[in-house]
Design a protein around this ligand. Sequence first.
Ligand SMILES: *Cc1c(COP(=O)(O)O)cnc(C)c1O
Length: 400
Amino acid sequence: MNKDDIKITEMTEHLQPETLALHTGIHRSQFNEHSEAMFLTSSFVFDNAAQAAARFSGNEPGNIYSRFTNPTVTAFEERLAILEGAELGVATASGMSAILACIMGLLAAGDHVVASRSLFGATVNLFNNILKKFAIDTTFVSATDVASWEAAIQPNTKLFFLETPSNPLTEISDIAALAEIARKYGIWLAVDNCFCTPILQKPLELGADIVIHSATKYLDGQGRVLGGAVLGKRDLLMDGGIYGFLRTAGPTMSAFNAWVILKGLETLKIRMQNHAANALQLAQWLESQPNVARVYYPGLPSHPQYALARIQQNSGGGIVTFEVRGGKDAAWRVIDSTRLISITANLGDAKSTLTHPATTTHARISQEARDAAGISDGLLRIAVGLEAVQDIQADLARGL
Ligand SMILES: *Cc1c(COP(=O)(O)O)cnc(C)c1O
């Protein structure tokens, strides 16, 4: 441990997130570099045979091989864990491998999951098509109806899994209420905190056991690399087998990606504040547009869970979803009239991105299921970027 870490350990409780994001996870090399070094190496050299044996047996701490640990990856894990208020974090190659590691570590064949119906598409496929083959069954329930979660519990239920706000309709799940039910039945609660990041929402403080991230989104913040993380109590990650799964099966984060996202965390707070300020202003403007039938944004009083969002989140976040009058043709016209906003499915980028969920991210779901979920043909999702909000407005106004 070097001087910076000692100083920080003593001060951590008193420091604000933007400060922590700049001054934690720092382990300087012999060159005393100011910006964090990137350790692009597959393995680490031992002084002698005895040290190699001691490292492998776990009697001596230290790096062995970058599938197990890597100093740049460790720096990212420490910084994110401190921001989430977690004892430990483990980084993964993508958000999906974070979810997979959580399931493979904690669950076994014959276990049951209760999950929100409003999850990221690939997460639904993982539960429905892949985990089912290994005899892990999932019951999907409403993101917002707390009673339906308790009603879906079976004797073999081990995990509650949710994402809030949801994609694309920004439904808010009550983390504290679901954590209380989970605790009563001895079930773990995992929350995908991708949309809010620890700057806007801290699920562990609200009673969740596990936080999942797709670091690909806001943590990187500039759409450069894929990454993910699982965070929670040390015992759950280590004895629960999550780290063991990663180390053995190998979907760990590369040092390069860890370095990019580590530096991304340094600006996370100012970015999230700006994404959210732009999103709120854009949502208010969209609500006043005659060709917009409905706006879904947790920072608007018209949002059905506005009161809960105000308690659970620091702001409405950066994602605004809205329904234009005139169905698919009208929605596509808005997309095709843009000159600035990127037509791409990613989110959390500094550049604004726009998608038509019914024909892209949710196209593989049947029309009936889409109707039931409220994903109409006129729906558009914008991940509001860091451009001047009047420029984003003007770009949308052209097609509205
Ligand atoms: C993108 C995303 C994921 C998957 O993350 P990848 O990094 O693309 O694997 C999981 N959950 C949510 C909410 C996402 O937006």
